[in-house]
Design a protein around this ligand. Structure first.
Ligand code: NAD
Length: 324
């Protein structure tokens, strides 16, 4: 039987890729977002432009004929958006409202299955001070001490989904994403994340130029290519395991090394200058023991392959804007 689903945040990076994938799998898909996808037309059967902070919009899009919901809508961005402190009130207020409204709408319209996209940003800062050995295993989440309000909202919402699961028998799936990247993601404007920002800086530079990297460049992260993330989401949704569970890569890399990787891909001769800037925790890496044990899932491709595809796409975008 054909399944009906709703993707909230369908105009965003992960949401727009997920819609494409769900369509290929044969789902009927409704998307909802404040905006249409920026870099391609949506594959959704129906796309509602709406603000999920409004409970009436939520009740309208969460119709009783849906089999499942993927909740990816959030007020979010990269380090330049999340770690400056300037957007804290909006981040907490807007994303919490979306999650509160979505769950209430599920109850009202009797929709019983929902996926929630949490983030590695909910892990405590005190376990992520060592660049070589951060601890982001699922059970390390408490005592809680995320280093951003974005992380605190994610933690609150994880608990909200689990509470609705306990008290109202809503079947929830919760994933903690670790730095998802790939083509058709935000690459300029202030909300972009490190992989896209580095690709843009390299694509815009000429031989001999210097590109600037925030922090001392020794801070470490891992990055997961979008297609791998979508596979993880779908496996989790099809499983009987609610999570929360990490969906990420264990291929940790220092930010300067990531920049060197992109410079290598571009074939340009560029230098790196480290400058002060928002960075977040010192070290972060996904811990994939639990997801491998529960779902048999792990990423298939090395970081360099995803970065090649992403660089190519960002380079094209830079070319289009400079040609204008
Ligand atoms: P994104 O910003 O591209 O997508 C989020 C979408 O939500 C946007 O299109 C935005 O317009 C929409 N949205 C925001 N407020 C809304 C509102 N009031 N009503 C309707 N739509 C609204 O981000 P993304 O990278 O696709 O992330 C998707 C989800 O995954 C988010 O919840 C994010 O916090 C989480 N996440 C992403 C990453 C990552 O590396 N990309 C990492 C951890 C967690």
């Amino acid at each position: 039987m054909k399944k009906n689903c709703l993707v909230a945040g369908a105009g965003g990076f992960i949401g727009s890729h997920l819609v494409k994938h769900l369509k290929q799998e044969g789902f009927w898909v409704r998307g909802v977002d404040l905006k249409y996808p920026e870099f391609s037309s949506s594959a959704a059967d129906e796309f509602v432009i709406g603000d999920l902070r409004d409970p009436i919009v939520c009740r309208k899009v969460v119709s009783s004929d849906l089999n499942e919901i993927y909740q990816l809508a959030a007020d979010m961005g990269g380090a330049g958006f999340v770690f400056t402190g300037e957007n804290d009130a909006d981040i907490m207020h807007n994303s919490a409202l979306i999650n509160l409204n979505m769950l209430e709408a599920c109850l009202k319209n009797n929709v019983k299955k929902i996926f929630y996209s949490s983030s590695a940003c909910m892990y405590p800062e005190y376990n992520q001070r060592d660049t070589d050995n951060p601890n982001c295993s699922e059970q390390s989440a408490y005592p809680a001490n995320p280093d951003s309000e974005y992380g605190w909202e994610k933690l609150f919402s994880e608990r909200l989904y689990l509470a609705f699961s306990r008290n109202y028998k809503i079947d929830v799936r919760i994933a903690r994403f670790h730095n998802i990247f790939g083509p058709e993601g935000t690459w300029c404007g202030g909300r972009e994340k490190a992989p896209a920002a580095i690709c843009r800086k390299v694509a815009e530079a000429k031989n001999g130029d210097i590109i600037q990297i925030w922090g001392d460049g020794l801070q470490t992260r891992s990055f997961l290519y979008i297609d791998e993330c979508i596979e993880g989401i779908r496996r989790l949704m099809e499983s009987g395991f609610p999570g929360p569970v990490n969906i990420g890569s264990e291929e940790m890399i220092a930010i300067n090394k990531l920049a060197e990787m992109v410079i290598g891909i571009s074939g340009k001769r560029l230098k790196i200058e480290n400058i002060p800037g928002p960075q977040g925790v010192r070290g972060r890496n996904s811990d994939n023991k639990l997801i491998f044990e529960k779902l048999g899932w792990k990423p298939k491709e090395p970081l360099s392959l995803g970065m090649k595809k992403t660089y190519k796409w960002v380079e094209e975008q830079v070319g289009k804007t400079t040609a204008r």
